[in-house]
Design a protein around this ligand. Structure first.
Ligand SMILES: Cc1ncc(COP(=O)(O)O)c(C=O)c1O
Length: 490
């Protein structure tokens, strides 16, 4: 041991710990923080959706390591003045970019409680793990999965999709792949998804060691649903070339336009072909809670695995991704690893195996389950399902506004909660790209963009439970105003 360590103070008086000297002071400040954040959500419409970050504000976050203590009140003021105003904006009902959930005050409070408990959900025998197991059980029931299914919270669907690829790999090659690597057998494995599937699936194939070329991107129909016959033909072609198809990824809600693949047909094909059937249900899978949408997910109950995010349509604050695997043994086979320091017991704190660390790469894990548990219990699945239905009805409202406006053009059929459209203009890609940035910078709304057949579309994904028709009217008015200004300027 070094001299500096031998001579370090041993006392644990309050001056030596990180706890406050005066608990009443932190209580008062904590109450103020809570009030401020409740006001933030309650009065969110008074703020711009998003605003550009001034250079001097950005520069503050490039300062050096804080070696000396600061007063908590001062640090909080810095948060209030320089972090809160420049957040992403997805709490705001005018946020419609990408696929961002709005969060709820209930989820926020639960997150605070989880931080207070500071539980580590990698393993061991404590009730926070039972809370996560309860959500696994609820999710199993929602999707009609059998007993023995397993599930785990992860950051998001990108991670859940990667883990599903790994479970499918272990199933195809056997557990030995974990010691020996993919080897020559692994080089022959091929996976399939549509051209409309999310880019994180390509990335998952890359990270898992197959290389992204091993993912065959199959064409889609007009509604962006995978072409089942083209898929069947490609599988046959690969088999006759000596390759070994092992995985099909279906999309329950494509990121661009919200298309749902024919999951029943995909599950039948996978059964016939002996392939792992994974569903990327990042946002769409929770459509199962909506009585209007659930029938469109028929077939999802036959999946071998489903990836989804409670932080999108489920409105749980970030992050709350989730992976569910039909056969929990396959899941454990992929990730469980023994270590002397993680020995399992039948009594005491090390009881309760299997542990979540047996189901994924993480050992230390936070209590994501608590905010999801509070959200599900407080609102109930019927209300959450009604919110999901309403976001789709709002997309229908926006679609009708666009169809009624000759200066606007609908770019894709509206199937779920996503509307792709554009302002008609000579140089439409350039003009619409600028319109979206103008709107974001105005603070009125925050749509994003995508490319559909090379055409840039303004993309409004209505995910936030606070969004209303007035927010969509404001979006349309802003597109027309900035569109007119941009085309006049040209
Ligand atoms: C269809 C789809 N898959 C995967 C993802 C990635 O999910 P995450 O951002 O939670 O990693 C998204 C994100 O929007 C998505 O829409």
């Amino acid at each position: 041991m070094t001299r500096a360590l031998r001579e370090a103070p041993l006392r644990t008086e309050s001056s030596e710990t990180l706890d406050p000297k005066n608990w009443d002071d932190i209580r008062a400040l904590g109450h103020r923080m809570l009030d401020d954040m409740i006001d933030y959500a309650a009065n969110i419409r008074d703020r711009p959706v998003w605003q550009p970050i001034p250079d001097d504000v950005r520069a503050r976050f490039r300062a050096g390591v804080p070696r000396r203590p600061s007063d908590l009140g001062d640090v909080y003021r810095e948060f209030a003045d320089f972090i809160v105003p420049y957040a992403t904006g997805n709490v705001h009902p005018g946020f419609m970019g990408w696929v961002h959930g709005g969060g709820t005050p209930v989820g926020m409070l639960a997150e605070m409680l989880a931080a207070g408990l500071n539980a580590n959900l990698g393993g061991r025998d404590h009730i926070p793990i039972e809370v996560e197991r309860q959500i696994v059980e609820w999710t199993r029931q929602m999707f009609g999965f059998p007993d023995g299914a397993s599930g785990i919270f992860v950051t998001g669907t990108s991670m859940a999709n990667l883990m599903a690829v790994l479970v499918a790999r272990t199933t195809a090659l056997g557990r030995a792949v974990r010691q020996r690597g993919l080897g020559s057998d692994g080089e022959l494995l091929t996976a399939y998804a549509s051209t409309a599937a999310h880019g994180c699936i390509t990335k998952a194939m890359d990270i898992a060691g197959f290389g992204s070329d091993a993912l065959r991107c199959i064409g889609v129909d007009r509604s962006h649903r995978i072409d089942i016959e083209a898929l069947r033909a490609r599988i046959a072609q690969d088999r006759s070339a000596g390759l070994k198809p092992f995985l099909v990824v279906g999309s329950a809600g494509t990121v661009d336009i919200g298309a749902i693949d024919d999951l029943a047909a995909l599950s039948a094909l996978c059964r016939d072909e002996g392939l792992w059937f994974h569903v990327d249900g990042a946002f769409g899978a929770l459509g199962i809670l909506s009585s209007a949408l659930a029938p469109r997910l028929a077939g999802i109950e036959n999946a071998d695995s489903i990836a989804l995010d409670f932080h999108k349509w489920g409105q749980v604050p970030y992050d709350a991704g989730f992976l569910m695997v039909r056969d929990g043994e396959r899941h454990r086979d992929t990730f469980a690893a023994s270590a002397a320091y993680l020995r399992r017991e039948t009594r005491g704190l090390a009881a309760g195996s299997s542990w979540p660390c047996d189901l994924g790469p993480d050992l230390s894990r936070g209590f994501r389950a608590l905010k999801t548990w509070f959200t599900l219990k407080t609102y109930g699945t019927e209300k959450l399902g009604a919110v999901i239905t309403r976001t789709c009805a709002l997309a229908g409202y926006l679609e009708a506004r666009i169809l009624a406006e000759p200066r606007l053009e609908l770019m894709a059929p509206v199937q779920l909660n996503i509307v792709c459209f554009r302002y008609r203009a000579a140089d439409a890609n350039q003009v619409n790209g600028s319109i979206v940035i103008d709107i974001q910078e105005s603070g009125i709304a925050a749509p994003s963009t995508t490319l559909l057949d090379g055409q840039l579309a303004i993309r409004a994904a209505i995910v936030n439970h606070r969004t209303d028709t007035g927010d969509l009217d404001a979006l349309v008015a802003a597109v027309l105003r900035f569109g007119a200004a941009r085309t006049r300027a040209a």
